[in-house]
Write a new protein. Structure first.
Length: 478
């Protein structure tokens, strides 16, 4: 079993430990001499002498005596972090990681911020690891990161966390953000219904116009590895995505009958994934097959349920690059509208590489073909996204930028009962800039500021839109 990095043996540097041990032995010798001179079998030590004696016992391989002395000391000073730390290390020496972790947790609780809490949290993480409680060990590592005194210590914590992610069968991805937007409902900018440049005489409902407000989202994705070996792994996964909208006062005046809940969405799925290696270890090829069942809701009502099958094939390109191809088939059913009662086929590719300067280039492409019970849900689409992340920080932040363009075609779109089906085409272009503030992390989590802007153009004015949004989110640096 892999082991986590070992930290210094205590809150004291080695020379202070040696000094404490010599002092304690001297005190014990003096006490014994005084006892012999007074012909008494009782030795009295003050708190400082007893603490030093407990330290000396621990360092000289007598954890039992260290525990006895620590428990007596805690009766007099029940909130002494150093005594709890001595107790934790003594239990660790005796092979009891659970008691050691609990004592380390109390040492962390009563210690001041700084090195004392750093070492207490690190010890608690190590003990949780030894007890095979990997998720708890990860939690204590994040607490360790709060009090890391140097960048080297922060790097050590990050390495340990990556190790635990490989060992722990459980994993959890959390993403959250909040963003003001001038178009929370993907609405249009015009109230006239225009098709291929010709007004049809109709108007667009106010709730379908671009409405400003605030969007908040939470994305949770836990997974559990059922089995694994050197060549394959099988996992159960889940995902819950929740997005809620609050309309601005201007939007409420523009669309008085609309509410934020009309535009909220919820998405959930359960999945099983089997991943396996392909080829020799030097080629680093991999593949995966995934099956998922899920549910999608919009505006407080179910939109559809779905079943999806996906296959992925990946290759390592040198030491810094990767390429992945994927194909999926999704069947939607129990849909509220026939446009969502669809079968969707998709193809995708992803390429990424790290440059010599530390920058990262990414390229993603996606093709989709939907065949629905309604012509309004049948379409073909293509999109491509390019991204670049700088290899160095700009002030306190790391800069990442991206651009995505897309094209969608509906061969027979029905806009009105009074008009024949017409081909609908949408083109879109969106750009985003993200600032990742890695220097302002807390427990390994960092703030992410993102600016997104772009527009979608359609020959149906109802589906033309523009958006400018600024989001503040939280992500993990580990």
């Amino acid at each position: 079993m892999p082991t986590l990095h070992a930290l210094p043996p205590s809150l004291y540097p080695p020379r202070r430990w040696l000094h404490a041990a010599i002092l304690a032995v001297s005190l014990l010798a003096m006490a014994c001499q005084q006892a012999a001179a007074q012909t008494s079998d009782r030795i009295e030590l003050d708190l400082g002498q007893a603490r030093n004696l407990a330290i000396a016992a621990l360092e000289n391989g007598d954890p039992g005596t260290a525990i006895l002395l620590s428990k007596e000391l805690l009766k007099a000073t029940p909130e002494d972090p150093l005594i709890y730390y001595i107790l934790a290390r003594a239990h660790a020496r005796l092979g009891d990681p659970d008691l050691a972790r609990r004592a380390a947790a109390l040492s962390y609780r009563f210690a001041d911020s700084g090195p004392a809490r750093f070492e207490a949290a690190q010890l608690a993480s190590q003990m949780a690891f030894q007890a095979d409680r990997y998720s708890l060990s990860q939690l204590w590592l994040r607490r360790t990161a709060i009090h890391a005194p140097t960048e080297r210590d922060e790097e050590r914590v990050a390495r340990d966390y990556r190790l635990l992610r490989k060992v722990n069968p459980w994993s959890l991805r959390i993403r959250t953000d909040m963003r003001p937007s001038n178009n929370v409902n993907n609405g249009t900018d015009t109230s006239l219904n225009i098709i291929d440049g010709v007004p049809d005489g109709g108007t667009i409902d106010s709730s379908a116009l671009a409405l400003s407000g605030l969007i908040a989202s939470l994305d949770l994705a836990p997974s559990y590895r059922l089995r694994s070996d050197a060549n394959s792994a099988t996992s159960l996964g889940a995902r819950l995505y929740i997005e809620r909208v609050a309309l601005s006062s201007e939007a409420k005046e523009l669309a008085p009958h609309a509410t934020g809940s009309d535009f909220g969405s919820t998405y959930g799925e359960l999945s099983m994934t089997h991943a396996f290696a392909i080829g020799s270890a030097g080629q680093s090829g991999s593949a995966a097959v995934e099956f998922a069942l899920g549910d999608s809701w919009y505006g407080g009502a179910r939109s559809y349920q779905f079943a999806r099958l996906e296959g992925r094939r990946g290759w390592a390109l040198g030491s810094n690059g990767h390429l992945q191809l994927r194909a999926n088939a999704e069947q939607r059913y129990r849909a509220s509208y026939t446009a969502n009662d669809a079968r969707i086929l998709g193809l995708g590719a992803e390429f990424g590489t790290e440059l010599d300067n530390g920058g990262i280039i990414g390229l993603q492409m996606a093709l989709r073909d939907a065949n629905a019970a309604s012509p309004n849900g049948s379409y073909s689409s293509a999109s491509i996204r390019a991204s670049y992340t700088l290899g160095r920080t700009l002030g306190p932040a790391r800069l990442s930028m991206g651009l995505v363009v897309g094209y969608t075609r509906y061969d027979q779109f029905v806009a009105s009962l009074f008009l024949p089906p017409t081909q609908r085409t949408d083109t879109s272009a969106y750009g985003d800039i993200s600032l990742i503030f890695e220097r302002y992390d807390y427990a390994g989590f960092v703030p992410i500021l993102r600016l997104r802007t772009g527009q979608k153009n359609s020959n149906f004015s109802r589906f033309s839109s523009q958006e400018v949004s600024v989001s503040l989110g939280v992500g993990s640096k580990f």
